[in-house]
Ligand binder design. Sequence first.
Ligand SMILES: O=C(O)CCC(=O)C(=O)O
Ligand SMILES: [Fe+2]
Length: 277
Amino acid sequence: MPLQASDLIDLETYPISEPGPRRDAILKTVRGDLEAKGCAVLKGFLRPEGVGAAVADKGHRSYSRTNPYFTKDDPSLPEADPRRRFYDRSNAFVPADNFAPTGALRTIFDSEGFDDFIRDCLGEPKDRFFRYADPLADVIVNTATEGNGFPWHFDTNNFTVTLALQNADEGGAFEYAPMIRTSTDEHFEDVAEVLDGTSTRVISLALQPGDLQLFKGRYSLHRVAPLKGPTPRYVAIFSYVDAPGMVGSVERTQQLYGRTLPIHHARAKKRSDALID
Ligand SMILES: O=C(O)CCC(=O)C(=O)O
Ligand SMILES: [Fe+2]
C-alpha cells in the first residue's frame, strides 16, 4: 500500500485542501505571524508516523566555511564586511534527487493542495509563486551534527518551508533576524551586528518534530545555532521562488551539495533581484 498524505499529515487539524472557515482561520493566523515576524509555525503538522517515515538517509558531508551569501572571499573589501566573514558549518544536505516520488517527503510535498496552501499562507499571487526548479534542491533534508550548526546566511530561494523531523540533544535552535534586508538594500551594518552578536533583532525558535515552519529566508538572516550531543538534527526543507525555472548558483550548489548539474551552468544569473545571493 503506497504512502498516503493522510497517513503523514494531520489533515484533521490542518485541512489544507478543504476550503472553508477552518482553513481560512489557519491562513489568517499564519499571515498575521508572517507579517509581524517574517515567520510562522504550524505545530504538529506531521503525525508522529509521518515524522518516523520522513527521517533522512544519506547526505553530502561538507564541513566547510561559508559567509552569509555563499560567495568566495573578496580581499578588496574591509575585513569587517559581512561578505568577508566566514564560519564553519557542521551540517550537510541530503539532496533532492535522493527522494523517491513514492517516499514520505515527496508524498507530503506533492499532496493535494500543499502548494496552494503554502501560497495562500504567504498571500502570493499565482504568477509570483513557483516551486524551486533546482533538481538538487526543491526538497532537501538538512542534517546537522555536533558543532557549529548552519551559520548565519540568507537563502537563495524566496520562500522556505521547513518540517522539523528530529532535534539534537542540545542546541540547534532556529534563530533569525526577520526581514533584515530588502530586494534593493543589503543592510550590511545590520547584518554585521547579527554576526557580532550585538543585534537586538534576533528571534530564537525551538521547533518540535512534526512542526511546519514558513519564513522569508531570502530577506531574513538566519542560522541553526551550534549543537551538542550524538543525536543529529534533521529538518526537511521545501523551497519556492517568485519566478519560474530558477535554480541555485554554481558556487552555492557546489558548496552545499558537492556537485552541480548542467542546468546550474545553463541558468546562471537568472534572477529577479540584484541581491548578492
Ligand atoms: O534547518 C533549518 O532549520 C534551516 C536550514 C536552512 O536555513 C537552510 O537550509 O537554508
Ligand atoms: Fe536557510
